[in-house]
Write a protein that binds this ligand. Structure first.
Ligand code: ACO
Length: 382
């Protein structure tokens, strides 16, 4: 291939698909799911309704939503052998690794090898949305030596997840916060994990393999894993008064030091989701008190706006999500799995879209290695 073709590291600005799932304007902080602003959905909608909206393209009717909700509740329970598998996983393993392995295994219990039947694809989509919280809660408990709690069909998606995690129902305020967090993380255009899902889906792999691939992609600290890193960073700093010396020391040691939870390939202003999450955080802390990590985060945002603002680097969704999850009592390494519980609906929407007129992804490369090299037998090599 000619080396004259422009190479864009990270495929910046290179369209990878035509998509109607969401719209993003990174200069105006606009994010819409199927045309509806995410802020409106976070306040007015539910994660179940948003999942339907993303995958099907329009808001459901009352009847459609009731049937979908019923279908999800029916698919929450996981096979007892999958529970056994989860119990055998190392207790000190990362929950994202447990989720990745469990989702691939889920596809062995509920196979969907051909992806040409829309009814089977929809069934698998419902199972994936419904079962991810069960898997995440199961591993979160067994690694602490606690019994797995089976799902309840009388609770909605967010409340049931909280119940499986803690063995008690959330307060209405906590349920709403968790539901809003799921909505805010459900979809975000052509990010790394969504691209991964589309690439795997384009090979006509099963939906379980497609979602397992996306989970692997989400786990990295430059993507979904940033929410854990952001909270650890605020804890490491130790308080708002220590932010200035901390950032000065980091930048002195490495001028390119990356502050976790800041920056985005597309957003050049503060991420709309970070703004909504901050409102949610304020709402949660009004009932308790502001944790030190939140006070620290506010000061990091303030000081970094002066340093990085001119470069268009502002808080992204991961900046405040960890602080909110921590205030709900959720362990730090379960933050990214919660991201996956939410994002599965966006991944499935893109997978469904990809399968229409699918063409396998097979990009080019600019070859820079040697060519026509003579093979030297092993015994003749020095
Ligand atoms: N702190 C300080 N400087 C930053 C940051 C940051 N968090 N992010 C980017 N920059 C600077 C870079 O040093 C670079 O500077 P330069 O032009 O002087 O060389 C410039 O901004 C561009 O940065 P890139 O890393 O090239 O931007 P890219 O679009 O490739 O990466 C990313 C985007 C990965 C999100 C990056 O901003 C980052 O690593 N942020 C921290 C991790 C994070 O919060 N990830 C979550 C993203 S949101 C999500 O996935 C849900």
């Amino acid at each position: 291939m000619s080396t004259e073709i422009e190479y864009k590291p990270g495929l910046e600005d290179v369209p990878a698909a035509k998509s109607a799932v969401s719209f993003l304007d990174g200069k105006k902080a606009v994010l819409e799911y199927r045309g509806i602003p995410v802020e409106v959905l976070a306040k007015e909608s539910s994660f179940e309704e948003v999942s339907w909206l993303l995958i099907k393209g329009d808001l459901p009717t009352q009847k459609q939503l009731a049937e979908f909700d019923h279908d999800l509740r029916q698919r929450r329970a996981i096979h007892f052998r999958l529970k056994d598998l989860i119990k055998c996983m190392p207790a000190d393993g990362h929950p994202m690794d447990a989720l990745h392995a469990s989702v691939a295994a889920l596809g062995m219990f509920y196979p969907c090898h051909t992806v040409t039947d829309p009814a089977k694809n929809w069934d698998a989509s419902c199972r994936l949305i419904a079962a991810l919280p069960t898997v995440v809660a199961a591993f979160a408990r067994t690694r602490r030596g606690e019994e797995i709690i089976d799902p309840r069909s009388d609770l909605d998606h967010a409340a049931n997840f909280y119940y499986m995690l803690f063995g008690k129902e959330p307060s209405p305020a906590t349920r709403k916060v968790l539901d809003a967090c799921l909505i805010l993380h459900a979809e975000h255009q052509m990010n790394a994990s969504t691209f991964t899902a589309r690439v795997t889906g384009s090979t006509l792999a099963s939906p379980y393999q497609t979602i397992a691939s996306a989970i692997g992609s989400l786990s990295g600290p430059l993507h979904g894993g940033a929410n854990e890193e952001a909270l650890r960073q605020f804890e490491e700093i130790g308080g708002p008064e220590k932010v200035k010396p901390w950032i000065e020391a980091k930048r002195a040691a490495d001028p390119k030091y990356k502050v976790m939870g800041l920056g985005h390939r597309v957003y050049k202003v503060k991420d709309a989701r970070a703004t909504v999450l901050q409102e949610i955080a304020e709402h949660v802390f009004a009932e308790t008190s502001r944790p030190k990590a939140y006070e620290t985060a506010l000061e990091v945002e303030r000081i970094c706006a002066g340093i990085y603002g001119p470069k268009g680097i502002y808080p992204n969704v991961d900046f405040y999500s960890g602080v909110v999850y921590q205030s709900l009592g959720i362990p730090t390494d379960v933050f990214t799995p919660i991201f996956a519980i939410a994002r599965v609906s966006g991944w499935l929407a893109h997978w469904t879209e990809q399968l229409v007129g699918n063409r396998i992804f097979r990009p080019e490369q600019i070859s820079i290695g040697k060519t026509d090299v003579k093979y030297v037998p092993l015994e003749q090599r020095a």
